[in-house]
Ligand binder design. Sequence first.
Ligand SMILES: *Cc1c(COP(=O)(O)O)cnc(C)c1O
Length: 440
Amino acid sequence: MNYKDTLKINEKGHLEIGGCDTVDLVKKYSTPLYVMDESYIRNVCRAYTKTIKKVYGYGDCAYASKAFCCAAIYTVMQEEGMHVDVVSGGEIYTALKAGFDLKNAHFHGNNKYESELDLAISNGIGTIVVDNLDEIDMIDKICDKYNVKQNVLIRSNPGVEAHTHEYIQTTRIDSKFGFSFKNGDCLEAIKKVIASKNLVFKGLHCHIGSQIFDKNAFALAVDVMTDYIKKLQVEENIIVDEINLGGGYAVYYTESDPKYNVEQYCEYVETIADALQKAVDSKNIKKPYLMIEPGRSIVGEAGITLYSVGNIKDIKGVKKYLAIDGGMYDNIRPALYDAKYEAILANRANDKNEEIVTIAGKCCESGDIIIKDIELPKANRGDIVAVFTTGAYCYSMASNYNRNVLPPVIFVNNGKSGYAVKPQTYEDLVRNDIIKVEME
Ligand SMILES: *Cc1c(COP(=O)(O)O)cnc(C)c1O
């Protein structure tokens, strides 16, 4: 467990988050329940922005909102002076609902619909990250309609691939995302943007992976990107004003991961900012505006999920299952990626571990296991299970599988709590259903 100032065990032996006793939260909001520590989120945002300003002096941090998306998170980001990255019309719509100023948003995606681009451009999106040639024509046309110019970055594929503990520099050019440097595709895209009527070429983007532990992977990406920027400057007389180096910083999930505090998260940003400044100096390129766009590391460790223990199935000598009132519909990551989590009994947090159990969800899928073989105190029906580090890619990937209603999301901060997303109702589930289909 990566306990922190705002995530700890209190004197009653209960798990406490954001100054709120989780047992009280369950009394008030019931289970299953997503709990997000708002102060932690704000602290990470502030620290990232501060680090960029301190080390590099010219840049901003965007929150990759796909990690956890709802109106309230955009409100927080707006208040913190953060930029955001959006990847769909739905995310854009949610940001607009929250009053987020889209000029501080950039729009990603490998297949943005014309309708989504229209929504983005008509609402003054700051930047569009272009991922393919067709998109350039579409953007140009929509800009004509609204008589505007549009800043764009080109999503590049620098051939640096990083996944969790390993990173490699490949010559692979077969990614679904981005334009490769190697085969000239990136240059072709840049030239097409420059030749277009309404698109303004601002610079380059790359995102080398997710849950990356090794900071050197980011330094390598900076090196490859700035080599290319230099080449553009010298050989093509094309100046890059902005560089966006994506997200992907790893967070703590289980004991095999390093424990992070906010300062340690900032080391990723420091590495990037420092490597970029050094490259600018040594390669003699125009200093680009720096953007980063982490998601997981901003919200991941801020979130926990609270469940109640329901049925307990003891297959004597084989396995003991604790079934909880949630599962793959609120956290798909164990089933999807074999993701590992830690958990405790939140109402008996100081009790000694006595047995090894498997925490199973309630969905009709054998693979609906939240944690396999975890040591816990002997649990009883009604005990509260807290699963840690569920702030990223859990709520945002949730579904109504088995027609389960989505749990609410609450924010906690300094002893107070409130809904960020209200509980779904059964009525919500059938809202768009047609009872008997009328054919014509
Ligand atoms: C997913 C994604 C991010 C955020 O990644 P994290 O691992 O959550 O930090 C940033 N940029 C792009 C383009 C992405 O696809």
